[in-house]
Design a protein around this ligand. Structure first.
Ligand SMILES: Nc1ncnc2c1ncn2[C@@H]1O[C@H](COP(=O)(O)OP(=O)(O)O)[C@@H](O)[C@H]1O
Ligand SMILES: [Mg+2]
Length: 330
């Protein structure tokens, strides 16, 4: 049986802003299985990072409200107090970000930072922790691990810093790793090495991964299933093969149509689609993509489409015209 490490049901996030209350994440549901990588894609501002922060319990308490259910394994995170949730999250899930420097403490050595997490979340003694730190640094491919443990974050390259972040993330053997564009700031060779490392660690540990990215080549390389977000909603969810072979939402199709072919192009960032994501304080009544959609009809602007299966039950699309967008129809 497949073990589900994360289940998110009807996640909604509201922010209080100067323009009133906005909803950057609207009824988002998905799950991540053990050993599996779920990709989350979509243009900038679509709610990818806010979704990740809501799952991790990292959103500001004062200015945000989170609704919906988040289960980590059998544990209902949404029922826990903030402190209990922190404790548990620290042990069973971890997150890595685009910019490791902003999440590393500049005045603590690499070893001390990993040690902090081990002290907090494991019962290892000092000598055992020291051994574990060297083992972790070795595992993430850092040479001379004993010496590197004494290095300051600023003494390391961007790629090495990301490896340190990964070492910190896997220090507590999490069942879920959330990666928010962790390789976007790195050059192509280093990016490939980091992706290989993550895939290898996943093989070893069986952890589930939720991988947020702009880059379709990363999706092709790492993910088994993909969620496409648009204006805070899932507009398509499917396996990675179908995403590339038979995308059905006009937004996904626009992303795919404009992409350079995977074997020719070194750079496969999400292409530009004419128009813009609607502002959160001016979301349309109907489909949020209608203003940019070549297939939009009056109904699309009048009524919001629901997410529904097309073909396989595992392929879900939020579009009134999804039945007309199949491979044969295009
Ligand atoms: N703390 C916050 N307060 C108010 N608005 C926010 C906050 N964080 C993000 N947003 C807004 O929520 C929307 C989604 O942001 P985000 O999830 O970061 O997008 P992305 O898909 O690029 O990761 C954006 O419009 C962003 O400006
Ligand atoms: Mg983001």
């Amino acid at each position: 049986m497949v073990e589900t490490v994360l289940r998110v049901d009807e996640l909604r996030v509201h922010f209080a802003t100067h323009h009133g209350v906005v909803a950057p994440v609207r009824n988002v549901s998905f799950q991540v299985n053990a050993g599996e990588t779920l990709g989350i894609i979509g243009e900038s501002g679509c709610g990818k990072s806010v979704t990740a922060q809501a799952v991790m319990g990292l959103l500001p308490v004062r200015s945000s409200r989170v609704e919906g259910h988040v289960h980590l394994g059998e544990t209902a995170l949404h029922t826990l107090s903030r402190n209990a949730r922190r404790q548990l999250s620290g042990r069973r899930m971890a997150m890595i970000f685009q910019d490791p420097l902003s999440s590393l403490n500049p005045v603590m050595s690499v070893g001390e930072q990993i040690d902090e997490s081990l002290r907090l979340h494991t019962s290892l003694n000092r000598a055992q922790r020291r051994e574990k730190i060297v083992q972790l640094l070795t595992q993430v491919g850092i040479r001379e691990p004993e010496r590197s443990a004494n290095a300051w974050p600023h003494e390391l390259s961007g790629g090495m810093r990301q490896r340190v972040m990964i070492a910190m993330a896997i220090a507590v053997s999490p069942s879920l790793l959330i990666a928010d564009e962790p390789t976007t700031a790195l050059d192509a060779t280093i990016q490939a090495q980091i992706l290989d490392l993550l895939a290898e660690l996943q093989q070893q540990t069986g952890m589930g991964m939720m991988f947020i990215t702009h880059d379709l080549s990363v999706v092709a390389r790492l993910c088994q299933r993909v969620v496409v977000l648009y204006a805070g909603q899932i507009v398509e969810e499917t396996d990675v093969h179908t995403l590339f072979a038979n995308p059905r939402h006009p937004y996904t199709r626009a992303l795919m149509a404009a992409r350079p072919s995977l074997d020719r192009a070194p750079k496969t960032a999400l292409p530009e689609i004419p128009g813009r994501v609607p502002a959160l304080d001016a979301l349309p009544i109907g489909c949020a993509f209608a203003d940019r959609c070549p297939l939009a009809q009056p109904r699309c602007r009048a009524q919001p489409p629901g997410l529904r299966p097309v073909g396989l039950p595992s392929h879900q699309v939020r579009c009134w015209r999804a039945d007309e967008t199949g491979v044969l129809a295009s």
